[in-house]
Design a protein around this ligand. Structure first.
Ligand code: 5AD
Ligand code: FES
Length: 354
């Protein structure tokens, strides 16, 4: 095998750091052998911290109304084919009740950037969930808001926040977003979330339109520097009716490869095998685990709205009840020797590394 590949993987394993040049080389020289070696090392590092326990997060997609117009997204403002919905507080509480009974101890509240959910309304929902389920973690994934808003939501009881950076390259960001959206603002939001004290999740799509190996290397460098608590990556999947409907999807192989690299860069990161990964390959989530992931995020949204939260085409789990998804994932994980645990699933900080 390639000398250079060996020495880069070695240095990644030893130092948990690579330079921009090394990351670019690794991304642009993906091979089956390299991917296998990285997956083996990534799974071993994951095993040393989390074992074969898989954390679950119950995802509640509570509104698909969005003021943004991201060019890749199936629920973007301009998407006329999308039937909009908003769950009521009692509906959200019912999702949590079902989720709790199914063993979920983290709820992820995700929505488009829906102005109806003012700080007051969202704080009310967060504190209601926290009061009823004090042993659960609440993760928000509701987009860009002001620092004051993030602070209020944190004070109301939110523990974690997912805000994918989407791409760490400003010029690339501008190619996949409308001009009203700002790369600097998104990065500011991510920093504000960290400063306030949230566990923060960032991430990007793999194979997004116009993405280059250098762009991915900058994403990895950003992950390496920021050391997020969570990192969500999945393949780009075209969504009908969007400007990127005819771009090719990202691949399973490249996504798995990047999952392994991320695990080695940030050994204790909470790394989901995403729904998008399960969408491009029937065993995508299982393969994600084997490449170093340790989290799955099944859907807890009411079945009648699931088909309306179509970020991309052919999204899986849109016809299943929450209990079916939970059972299905239990079986899938069990088959490959992993076990879904009923746990908040907090990050297990590595003691040796700061
Ligand atoms: N393909 C894959 N992922 C997508 N997302 C949005 N649209 C798509 C798509 N077409 C991702 C974005 C966003 C997250 C909620 O879903 O990265 O941050
Ligand atoms: Fe939803 Fe398999 S995880 S049906």
């Amino acid at each position: 095998m390639d000398e250079k590949l060996f020495s880069i993987i070695d240095s990644l394993e030893q130092n948990r750091r690579l330079s921009f040049e090394e990351l670019t080389w690794l991304v642009s020289h993906r091979s089956v052998e390299g991917a296998m070696l990285l997956a083996k090392k990534a799974a071993a590092v994951r095993d040393s911290i989390y074992g074969r326990d898989v954390f679950v997060r119950g995802l509640i997609e509570f509104s698909n109304i969005c003021k943004n117009d991201c060019l890749y997204c199936g629920i973007r403002k301009s998407q006329t084919a999308c039937q909009r919905y908003r769950l009521t507080e009692p509906q959200i509480m019912l999702c949590c009740q079902q989720g709790y009974a199914l063993g979920f101890r983290t709820f992820v509240l995700q929505s488009g950037e829906d102005g109806w959910f003012t700080d007051e309304r969202l704080c009310q929902i967060v504190s209601h969930i926290k009061t009823e389920y004090p042993d659960c973690a609440i993760t928000l994934s509701v987009g860009e808001r002001s620092r004051e808003s993030y602070q209020k939501l944190f004070d109301a009881g939110a523990d974690r926040y997912l805000l994918r950076h989407e791409t760490a390259t400003k010029s690339h960001y501008e190619k996949i977003h409308p001009k009203e959206m700002s790369f600097d603002h998104r990065m500011q939001c991510i920093q504000d979330l960290r400063d306030i004290g949230y566990d923060v999740g960032i991430g990007m799509m793999v194979g997004a339109p116009y993405q280059t190996p250098e762009d991915l290397a900058r994403d990895l460098l950003f992950i390496e520097d920021f050391r997020p608590e969570m990192c969500g990556i999945g393949p780009f999947i075209p969504a009908a009716g969007t400007p990127f409907a005819h771009f090719p999807a990202g691949t399973l192989e490249e996504t798995l490869y990047l999952l392994s690299i991320i695990r080695l860069l940030v050994p204790d990161v909470l790394l989901p095998a995403t729904t998008a990964l399960g969408t491009i390959d029937p065993l995508g989530r299982e393969k994600g685990m084997q490449a170093g992931a340790n989290v799955v995020m099944p859907n807890l949204s009411p079945v009648q709205v699931r088909k309306k939260y179509m970020l991309y085409d052919n999204k899986i789990c849109t016809g299943e009840e929450s209990a079916q998804c939970r059972n299905c994932l239990d079986l899938r994980m069990d088959k490959i020797g992993y076990t879904i645990v009923s746990d908040r699933g907090d990050i297990r900080r590595e003691k040796s590394h700061v």
